[in-house]
Design a protein around this ligand. Structure first.
Ligand code: KG4
Ligand code: ZN
Length: 341
């Protein structure tokens, strides 16, 4: 018997994603984004995102089915992001998923978006070993997860303030870069000297390590960059954008990789998965690759299109949940904007 066909729906932020998987095989990953509609506001406007999901939902489902050459009758289960995310957008995806589940008489599985960012890697690099460490970094989250048997997740730590991508976007704004600033800082940083300015590494002092060994903090770093830039401007000096970007990016990548690899060592885990939109960041990728190689840790980072929000990650997690025989969610499944792991 072939593995069940799972259709996954993702609408937690500004991407309408519909993915279809059969077991570990990805058949299609259809995404429609409203990112361009938000750019002029310098951030995501939930109401605009919700309306865009409403318009894109049915066409994206139809496109996914047509591309995968499957009919709705062939779908065995529906998975949907139940949280965390923006409540309006989440509600649109959940309504679509419930309608499909009721109409088709197929089970519904509400799943956690953050876990999906890690589990999507199974579609690329194959089934997870029994235990993996996952670092999920995006504009909304920076979480360190211990994952047993793909679906049993313990959050070891997270950011106490800004997410990594959020910090990049805020520093991008103060450097006068377009929104979202993350990719622009990445580009500038590649031309700069990462040792030019020694910016602080949040929560790495011995007293913080004792209490927050697996937590992150980026707001102090962002303030340090702002102060440094202001002091040069006050002195009438030009800002060396490339060096500021490189030094800032190095500080973020240093803290993320050092804490994550230390956690792998403590937990005796030899596989690290990195996911979320911020894992596109070259400084993080390079440092993680070098440090994992030194530490003898297998590093798994899916291609960038599976790191940003998409439906394949939700279908992948839905398939993992089905594989483990978990009971379906109730058809009145609530969405939860702050859904815990
Ligand atoms: O996962 P994602 O697409 O959306 C959220 O769930 O947040 O992540 C987008 C975030 C934004 O903050 C964006 O600036 C950041 O990831 N980002 C980057 C890079 N590409 C995207 N930050 C730094 N370097 C990049 N190359
Ligand atoms: Zn995300």
């Amino acid at each position: 018997m072939s593995a069940p066909l799972v259709l996954g729906i993702e609408t937690s932020c500004d991407e309408t994603g519909v993915g279809i998987v059969r077991g570990y095989d990805l058949l299609v990953d259809a995404v429609a984004s409203s990112v361009d509609e938000h750019a002029r506001f310098g951030g995501i406007i939930p109401e605009i995102a919700a309306r865009a999901h409403l318009e894109a939902m049915v066409p994206t489902i139809e496109r996914a089915l047509a591309t995968a050459r499957v009919t709705l009758d062939e779908v065995d289960a529906i998975a949907v992001t139940a949280g965390p995310g923006l409540v309006g957008p989440l509600t649109i995806g959940a309504a679509a998923a419930k309608a499909l589940a009721v109409g088709l008489g197929k089970p519904l599985y509400g799943v956690n978006h953050v876990i999906g960012h890690a589990v999507v890697d199974e579609l690329v690099d194959g089934p997870f070993p029994e235990r993996v460490m996952a670092l999920v970094v995006s504009g909304g989250h920076s979480s360190l997860l211990m994952i047993d048997d793909t679906v049993n997740v313990t959050e070891l730590g997270s950011t106490l303030d800004d997410a990594a991508g959020e910090a990049f976007d805020k520093v991008g704004r103060l450097l006068g870069l377009p929104y979202p600033g993350g990719p622009h800082i990445d580009r500038l940083a590649r031309e700069g000297d990462p040792t030019a300015i020694r910016f602080p590494r949040g929560l790495t002092a011995p007293k913080d390590q004792a209490k927050h060994a697996t937590d992150f903090s980026f707001s102090g770093l962002k303030t340090a960059v702002a102060r440094w830039v202001e002091s040069r401007q006050d002195a009438g000096e030009a800002i060396p954008l490339q060096d500021v970007a490189a030094s800032f990016a190095a500080a973020v990548a240093d803290v993320l990789t050092a804490k994550t690899i230390a956690a792998c060592r403590r937990e005796g885990v030899s596989t690290l998965v990195v996911g979320g939109g911020f894992s596109a960041n070259s400084q993080l990728r390079d440092m993680a690759a070098a440090r994992c190689a030194d530490a003898g840790i297998e590093l798994r980072i899916p291609p960038i299109r599976y790191c940003t929000d998409n439906g394949a990650m939700i279908a992948a997690l839905g398939a993992a949940v089905v594989r483990r025989g978990a009971p379906p969610s109730p058809l009145d499944l609530p969405v939860d904007s702050t859904m815990p792991l």
